[in-house]
Design a protein around this ligand. Sequence first.
Ligand code: SF4
Length: 337
Amino acid sequence: MSNLPNQEASGKATAATAAPDRVTPDRFTPPARLADNPTVRRIYELKRELNAVILAHNYVLPEVQEIGDFLGDSLGLARQAAQTDADVIVFAGVTFMGETAKILSPEKQVLMPTLDARCPMAEMVRAPQVLALKKKYPAAAVVSYVNTLAEVKAISDVCCTSANGIQVVNSVEADEIIFIPDRSLGEYVQRHTRKKLHFAAGYCPTHHRVFADDILRLKREHPHAAVLVHPECTGEVIDVADRVGSTAQIARFVEEMKESFDTFVIGTEVGMLHRLQRDHPELTFILPGPLVVCPAMKRNTLRRVVDCMEKCAPEITIPEDIRQLALGAVERMLAVT
Ligand code: SF4
């Protein structure tokens, strides 16, 4: 019991959640600007035939973002997966996101454009390492970032995302937390909680290609720019940022700050710039270097989207005992935020 979320504490927390964008007003009609593309037209035919919804993460290719019914961060898309009345979920993201959708909606078919879209961070900390940490810190609760495999969620007390990590950690009754897998996110959360966090060695190779030196150079070149970064970046990058948040929170920061700034340095994956530029064509967005690209996310192509819908494969499956256990951790997170 001591490891379950403390609802009173969670009520005082301030981390924001953000609903994913609804991209297409009508799920079965392609956006006018894409209506001439035969692949897109076929995707929309298949959506109707399958009663499918397409969930797209902010980091996928621009053309795939455009055909998403919902575009957002992992928390917003997890909520959408739980709420949709579609029979089929097509998840354009990485496999742990498809797994989370399946955990929440076992009666739905969850398709992914490719099962090769695997987040390297999620593979860095597997169940045996978590069990070893639990043995080392028996009084600690396990808070796992959603960037984990279902087998790890199944042995976690509660999940969190980059949008709600502080809020979730502060909601747990235990004073010690095993925070996995992302050490950078954990160290960021540690700055905002009195609880003692224990870490594993996971990290995001993409966000670790954002460098503080590049941010400082851009600040010199654009002295009136605001710097918004993702908490998967290193502590040195977070130290020189104006705001830190998930992709949905970064989108919200731009809304809040656009009257005061016309240029934003965006310390997260390049896919985020497409959405920001689309929503704010009058503003300038700068990526701190050409390397902030997630290869796994870019494996979701339009051709693979249509292929998976034609074949109804590949499909996400999870053993029911693992799914049930993982569901508890995901639901406890959703109850907090
Ligand atoms: S950006 Fe990083 S954490 Fe996100 S899916 Fe890619 S490798 Fe994983």
